[in-house]
Design a protein around this ligand. Structure first.
Ligand code: ATP
Ligand code: MG
Length: 498
């Protein structure tokens, strides 16, 4: 990344979780886990009674050491899955064994979710998408097959109530250095499971860790292997990346290494395109900055829909780029083309219908406001803006405000003022009518009665006509709405296809 303002954006600040020494980290983890011990020690005792051990492992240990322990507690054990089910049945309120083929049994105890996976020592044939699941007998054997060393530490829960830190692969060194490195050679690890490459980008976003040079190199060489992975698994990691503290860093890693070409090729293509203001090196850098600015405007929880929309709002630009005779670049209707691209790509990645609709609709609407910049929108245009955005209106406000990366402060201030003005117009109209529920002034029954129709497509047409009228003119008296509808119906009957 060479754009100067972008280098600043890439630097990690104090917001990334961090500890200075191993002692401090372990102390922090013990303190964070203490509240759970009254429940966990009896569970560990049960494993011991059967001659087995119980370890907290993976992301839970990493996060506890960093002082950011979340809600999930993941465990590993020497006990085989059938025995784990038996023990959990005695201990927990609910037990799920849907993951038992992979050695995982889940349970809930006192409102806490736990997952226990038997030591694994899988083998991979390098072709199929899933490993050949095999159970192992040693903790170290389990840890070495994990993705990154910082994710390959464990803490044994002892029956005496102690938390024993186990780190045979020196994961702590990586944790303190903020480094993502693989236990084994990266090329072997990524060949075994190419999803790990995307996970590296995801952890860079979530944790602010740097990818070790040898890992980065392997990712550049092997990114194409991600093709073997199902869209469902990819989607999970992508969303975690997008919900992380610095998704723009994760996305940048994806484009640098070639992962983006596999997962979201249109994102990669943004690098080619000069934006119309020629202020940025390319639309790509602009998109990452808009993502960041949209996040700055989030209130509270990370907003996946908003973040995706911000990242891909200009995704239609490469396909619509044109130059006039003076060499000036334009991207006519890029929002329409972009919305279609987003739809296609998100469907391929198996996103839910709602996600696909929301993100693509925001992309579709992100330019609409620019027609307002003269401040000359009619009430009808304001109504349509609100109605077309529907439940996405607040996000649309955020996206449009964030979509301003000019260095010209006067220009930026003007844009924000114009948007303030649009909000005032929305408020003024909302004070007079219910903008959130713009509906025709007559309902289906009234339409059928007035026009003497049975249910059918003509009622739908009449309804649409009234909805247009409602958007155009605002709320109407029923008599006036009836008058307009009858006029429309007389014309329609004469020429139904027109
Ligand atoms: P989070 O729960 O915040 O998403 P996590 O590190 O717990 O982060 P999970 O996907 O829940 O990530 O995985 C739990 C642990 O399982 C990881 O910490 C890692 O040790 C191991 N793991 C998960 N996926 C893989 C993989 N593809 N290859 C190797 N090890 C993995
Ligand atoms: Mg986890």
């Amino acid at each position: 990344m060479t754009t100067p303002d972008f280098c600043e954006m890439n630097s990690f600040d104090s917001a990334a979780p961090s500890v200075n020494t191993a002692e401090e980290a372990i102390k922090q983890a013990r303190k964070g886990l203490e509240p759970y011990l009254p429940h966990l020690v009896p569970l560990a005792e049960k494993f011991h009674e059967h001659g087995h051990r119980l370890y907290l492992v993976g992301g839970s240990v990493r996060d506890a050491l960093l002082g950011v322990l979340g809600n999930d507690l993941d465990f590993t054990t020497s006990a085989r899955p059938e025995l784990v089910v038996e023990i959990l049945n005695e201990y927990a309120e609910a037990v799920w064994d849907t993951g038992i083929a992979f050695g995982t049994v889940s349970a809930e105890k006192a409102g806490q979710q736990i997952e226990i996976t038997t030591f694994r020592s899988d083998t991979y044939d390098g072709c199929s998408r899933n490993p050949d699941v095999q159970f192992g007998d040693s903790l170290e054997g389990d840890l070495i097959r994990r993705d990154f060393r910082c994710n390959a530490m464990a803490m044994e829960i002892t029956p005496a109530g102690e938390l024993e830190f186990c780190d045979p692969l020196s994961g702590m060194e990586d944790l303190l250095a903020h480094r993502l490195d693989t236990p084994d050679k990266p090329s072997i690890s990524f060949h075994d499971d190419p999803l790990r490459m995307l996970r590296a980008a995801r952890f860079a976003s979530q944790l602010g860790f740097d990818i070790a040079p040898r890992v980065h190199e392997a990712m550049r060489e092997m990114s194409h292997e991600l093709q073997r992975i199902t869209p469902e698994r990819i989607q999970v990691e992508l969303d975690k990346l997008m919900l992380g503290a610095r998704p723009w860093v994760g996305i940048d890693i994806m484009t640098e290494t070639g992962l983006a070409k596999i997962v979201y090729p249109e994102l990669d293509a943004l690098k080619m395109t000069q934006d119309e203001h020629q202020q940025h090196k390319d639309v790509y850098a602009h998109s990452l900055q808009v993502l960041r600015q949209a996040m700055d405007r989030e209130d509270g929880e990370p907003d996946l829909v908003l973040r995706w929309a911000a990242l891909v709002h200009d995704i239609g630009k490469p396909d619509t780029r044109a130059f006039d005779e003076n060499g000036k670049v334009s991207f006519h209707q890029h929002e329409v083309v972009g919305a279609k691209i987003v739809r296609r790509r998100m469907r391929a990645l198996k996103y839910s219908k709602a996600m696909v609709n929301d993100v693509s609709q925001l992309v579709f609407l992100h330019m609409r406001f620019h027609g307002f910049s003269e401040g000359k929108w009619t009430d009808s245009a304001v109504r349509r803006y609100v109605t077309d955005a529907g439940a996405l209106l607040d996000r649309l406000h955020t996206l449009v405000r964030a979509d301003c990366t000019t260095r010209n402060q006067r220009k930026a201030a003007r844009l924000q003022r114009t948007y303030d003005h649009l909000l005032e117009r929305i408020d003024a109209i909302a004070a007079k009518e219910d903008l959130a529920r713009v509906r025709p002034d007559l309902d289906g029954n009234a339409i059928m009665q007035l026009l003497n129709l049975k249910p059918g497509p003509e009622v739908g047409k009449a309804w649409s006509y009234l909805k247009e009228l409602r958007l155009e003119l605002g709320p109407l008296d029923p008599e006036l709405a009836e008058k307009y509808l009858l006029e429309w119906w007389n014309d329609y009957k004469d020429n139904p296809s027109g």
